[in-house]
Design a protein around this ligand. Structure first.
Ligand code: PHE
Ligand code: CO
Length: 296
């Protein structure tokens, strides 16, 4: 029995946009993509690849090429999966929209990466609040081919399942780690800052802002510091955390987080723009000219 795939988007209510969750796993309905869908992929692909030259980390671009991702048409999950199966053992699964936290963690723990099947509409080309296929596929999938990052993502999923059984606060701590690494992380390569976060690479404005603007802080990676730092989902980030390598990320997250959650439970969170004496400052943000017109 085949079911029509649905396009599950955030709903506008009197509280603003609220996320809507869905658990269905679907086959990518590749033949249902319209000319316009392929054109949207093409426009975004070309635009971001141009901006990301010299800005994204080396692995990101190299891996997009290994996958054969190109401007011509929306990639087929099947083809991406053929290479993932031979390399890091990950697998893309098609989804209709955002997943409930525990479902998401369980997929990651089993090396299944959920990718939204649909792509944004033309009027959403510069900004969409929720993840669409461009963000998920262009942004997240390339690093799944990197063995260390691939292991980190699976470990994160296992950590998520565990944190889910600890407390709501533990989950908040762990979600901040995902936000400041997987979504908005920077990495130092050959002495220069480069982007690896998916939320950045899929955003035209933030790809430039995160590296070139004086406004945000850029701070050396620190697990507990990140776990205590709030974030905004509707503006460019006020703070970016910088890793030196994916190995550093993997090693730093290896310890059991349960005692860390317990320790942090008694401590207040920091505002997104905080700078502390203990921070390894790479750049202290001027805080000036905050863009209000973020894109994602
Ligand atoms: N070590 C973490 C824990 O005990 C699991 C984890 C690994 C979390 C990697 C995030 C990233 O919960
Ligand atoms: Co994402």
């Amino acid at each position: 029995m085949s079911v029509e795939p649905r396009r599950i988007e955030n709903q506008l209510t009197d509280k603003g946009f609220v996320p809507v969750y869905t658990t269905a796993i679907i086959e990518q309905p590749w033949d249902s993509y319209t000319e316009q869908d392929h054109a949207t992929w093409s426009t975004l692909f070309k635009r971001q690849r141009e901006i990301l030259k010299g800005r994204a980390c080396a692995e990101f671009i190299d891996n997009q090429e290994r996958f054969g991702m190109a401007a011509g048409q929306i990639p087929r999950f099947e083809e991406i999966n053929a290479l993932l199966a031979k390399t890091t053992g990950w697998q893309l699964i098609g989804v209709e929209g955002l997943l409930p936290e525990l479902d998401f963690f369980e997929h990651l723990a089993n090396r299944r990466f959920p990718v939204t099947w649909w792509i944004r509409r033309p009027e959403q080309i510069d900004y969409i609040a929720e993840p669409d296929m461009f963000h998920d596929l262009f942004g997240h999938v390339p690093l799944l081919l990197n063995p260390v990052f691939a292991d980190y993502m699976a470990a994160y999923g296992r950590g998520g399942v565990k944190a889910h059984g600890v407390s709501a606060e533990a989950l908040v701590n762990l979600t901040r780690l995902y936000w400041y690494t997987v979504e908005f992380g920077l990495i130092r390569q050959d002495g220069a800052l480069r982007i690896y976060g998916s939320g950045i690479v899929s955003s035209k404005g933030e790809s430039i802002h995160c590296l070139e603007s004086d406004a945000p802080n850029r701070i050396g990676f620190d697990i507990k510091r990140i776990m205590r730092t709030r974030y905004r989902i509707d503006t460019f980030q006020k703070t970016y955390f910088v890793i030196d390598s994916f190995e550093q990320l993997m090693e730093a997250t290896r310890p059991d987080f349960v005692p860390i959650y317990a320790e942090l439970a008694t401590q207040p969170a920091y505002p997104a723009a905080a700078v502390l004496e203990t921070d390894t400052l790479i750049h202290r943000g001027s805080g000036e000219g905050w863009a209000t017109d973020a894109d994602a």
